[in-house]
Design a protein around this ligand. Structure first.
Ligand code: ADP
Ligand code: MG
Length: 681
């Protein structure tokens, strides 16, 4: 057997320099290397006639060399030109500094060329193609994998390294799925799968290989979820919170009337809390739908029944925000809230930990800091996690283990279609707030092209003069994160020097230290920054009521769900707010997607549309939906496999709930491995 965990540096052609670049792609071991799957393929096996060629497309052509190659010298550069023709046309091919090609092509003989076609005024050209003799298959005649995110590594280099990795494991990989599963579902065995996912012999190979890998990934997730659910459902072991404590007592003193949806959800929670069932509930609600107050009322119920509550938020800013809104109301009932984040002083922390253990703190609100071992509650009865996709199952279970079967509410602002939610969060009951509080001003959304830039900028200035603040978001550029940073920096530079030189412009970037990020966010919140430029979502739930415009650059590169999340960062105060989507390109799908954004503010409608209009799928990484991340599965494309796998997982777990039977040994290992990594299910 091969040692899949061996360091990638032992793979042929991988030196210290390349190790660093591979590490950047999260490739550390041989296993990581061979499971770094292509995002696309280039088919260099099917030639096109010249008259069928399309400008800008990478194409394989077959043609006869018309005459001997000509050569020109320009300074130090050698320019070689060759004219080829097929039965339908002529193509002019150019190479730069490839003098050795001089005598390669024999007039009258046929060759294959693969490269990018340009068509200028009807003239078909190709620059620096790779080539083969007509019956050779060195550089053409096959399907070539294209890998995602290569940083400074060239596609060719990475391809070669992966090829070397594959040679080492050839036919030596241990099967990970049970034989009966492979057979019943007509799936390829692992060795063939891994080989062909990288180097398919024909395009259909790729589909079969991918199907098997997606199947395995989703089956593992489903089994893990069911296992968790089995764990919770050692029924009737939950806390029964007091029926004497009425949620209405706190509801009646709120400064606003709860929406019907909030009330319905609270009823569901109340029922669970009073029963002896251990609650595990996903609370879904669009940005601004008022989830926080639901959490607060639930905490009230827990505390007044004699228990403590813990609220966990993904960032210190969000946690402080929650503390503020909780205290405002809960103080009136003598409920004591505290904030636990990593930046507080040691002294203060010791004090909090002590009070927590004595029961002098009723509600602890904080970040991951709450998960630390020395955080001990007197009697934790309720756990709420905000923006749940930031916390994996593991973290939820760590915090839950600080009490005796406390009730758990996981809040999420990512509206996903119900069908998908039911499968993905199979271990949770689901409550949905599908209504916004009344009198919310609709965020006006405009989709604009470059030509509108000046008007947009004038509008931004006007808003700033009226005292408002602006977010500007740029997309991450796929091939290279540094390029993403560059696009932010370029824009900031331009804003500072020219466009908005009279205003305060700052920027945020994903790779900044989180402390730095939070400081800038705080400055923005305090009103000391007029325009904040950033890449993608920094803090989903942050509340800056004074911000009135969200500008999204290259909006066509974002998923609809993500655009919706971004838009939700404005319109949180009394001011009319705007979302300006700058987009490029003429595609029909882009146009439709922009239209959806302009037409509706309803996150659930948008997520359904996202499913419908998923287009090429390229920009729709699951990350953008706040859904769990998969190595290869795409929940939107693979919903069919997901449904199938779900059925299979249920059958397996019914027969063998602990996965102890010999035939399920491999499944047990897959599930265990999954729990040992940072999982986001
Ligand atoms: P989210 O669901 O995105 O976490 P929040 O809980 O932060 O939303 O609520 C957004 C804002 O709406 C807060 O300022 C909150 O006080 C307010 N709010 C919540 N419920 C209502 C309601 N029923 N009527 C009016 N305002 C409400
Ligand atoms: Mg929130």
């Amino acid at each position: 057997m091969v040692d899949l965990n061996k360091d990638v540096k032992y793979v042929k052609t991988v030196g210290p320099n390349r190790v660093k670049l591979l590490n950047k792609l999260n490739i550390y071991t041989l296993k990581d290397l061979i499971t770094y799957y292509p995002r696309d393929y280039q088919d260099r096996s099917k030639p096109k006639n010249l008259y069928e060629c399309i400008d800008g497309e990478e194409t394989l052509i077959e043609g006869i060399a018309v005459a001997k190659m000509t050569e020109m010298h320009k300074g130090k550069m050698t320019i070689s030109k060759l004219t080829v023709r097929d039965q339908t046309g002529v193509c002019y091919i150019t190479w730069f500094n490839q003098g050795y090609l001089r005598d390669v092509f024999v007039p009258g003989k046929m060759y294959k060329f693969f490269g990018k076609i340009t068509i200028k005024g009807g003239r078909i050209e190709m620059n620096s193609p790779v080539y083969d003799e007509i019956n050779q298959n060195k550089n053409t005649g096959k399907i070539i994998p294209i890998y995602p995110l290569t940083y400074e590594l060239k596609q060719n280099t990475l391809r070669k390294i992966i090829e070397n990795g594959l040679i080492e494991v050839k036919d030596k990989l241990e099967e990970t799925l049970p034989e009966y599963i492979l057979k019943e579902n007509n799936l390829w065995e692992i060795n063939k799968t891994i080989e062909r996912i990288h180097f398919p012999e024909e395009l259909s190979d790729f589909n079969r290989a991918r199907e098997r890998l997606v199947f395995e990934e989703l089956l593992t997730m489903q089994l893990a979820l069911l296992k968790l659910k089995n764990n919770y459902e050692t029924e009737h072991n939950g806390i029964q919170f007091s029926k004497q404590v009425q949620m209405s007592d706190i509801i009646n003193i709120l400064p606003f009337k709860l929406t019907k949806a909030q009330l319905r959800v609270l009823e569901e929670i109340d029922r669970d809390m009073e029963s002896d069932k251990c609650m595990n509930r996903l609370l879904q609600g669009d940005v601004g739908s008022g989830k926080t107050v639901v959490a607060m009322i639930s905490a009230y119920k827990a505390v007044k029944s004699g228990y403590q509550a813990a609220i966990m938020a993904p960032t210190a800013i969000l946690a402080s925000q929650h503390l503020e809104s909780f205290e405002e109301i809960l103080q009136k009932f003598g409920i004591r809230c505290e904030l636990l984040i990593s930046s507080i002083s040691k002294k203060k922390k010791t004090e909090i930990l002590e009070k927590l253990q004595n029961g002098e703190i009723d509600v602890l609100i904080g970040t991951h800091a709450i998960l630390e071992e020395n955080v001990v509650f007197k009697n934790l009865g309720l756990v709420v996690t905000d923006e749940q996709h930031r916390f994996g199952v593991k973290q939820r279970s760590v915090i839950a283990s600080k009490g005796k079967n406390p009730d758990v509410i996981a809040m999420s602002a990512t509206p996903i279609p119900r069908t998908l939610a039911l499968i993905l969060y199979g271990d949770l009951d689901i409550s949905i707030i599908d209504e916004l509080p009344p009198n919310r001003k609709k965020i006006e959304t405009f989709a604009v092209r470059k030509s509108m830039e000046e008007r947009v900028n004038a509008f931004i200035k006007k808003q700033i003069q009226e005292g408002r603040q602006i977010y500007v978001v740029c997309p991450l550029i796929e091939e290279n994160e540094e390029m993403g940073l560059k696009s932010v920096l370029d824009l900031v530079e331009k804003y500072k020097k020219e466009t908005f030189s009279e205003y305060k412009v700052a920027y945020l970037y994903g790779k900044m230290k989180s402390k730095e990020k939070e400081e800038i966010m705080q400055e923005f919140k305090n009103g000391n920054i007029d325009i904040l430029v950033s890449t993608t979502v920094i803090e989903v739930g942050v509340n800056v009521p004074n911000a009135s415009i969200m500008v999204v650059e290259n909006a066509e590169r974002f998923g609809l769900a993500q655009l919706h999340q971004l838009r939700g960062r404005v319109g949180r105060g009394e001011y009319q707010s705007y979302c300006i989507l700058k987009y490029e390109g003429n595609g029909e799908t882009t146009r439709q997607r922009m239209k959806v954004m302009c037409d509706t503010n309803d996150g659930f409608v948008i997520s359904e549309k996202d499913l419908e209009l998923r287009g090429s799928g390229d920009f729709f990484g699951t990350e953008q939906h706040g859904l769990p991340e998969f190595k290869i599965a795409n929940l939107f494309e693979d919903i069919g496999i997901l449904k199938k796998v779900q059925k299979i997982a249920i059958e397996i777990m019914e027969k063998d709930p602990k996965l102890e039977k010999p035939e399920n040994k491999r499944l047990n290992k897959l599930v265990k491995d999954k729990f040992n990594t940072r999982i986001e299910i």
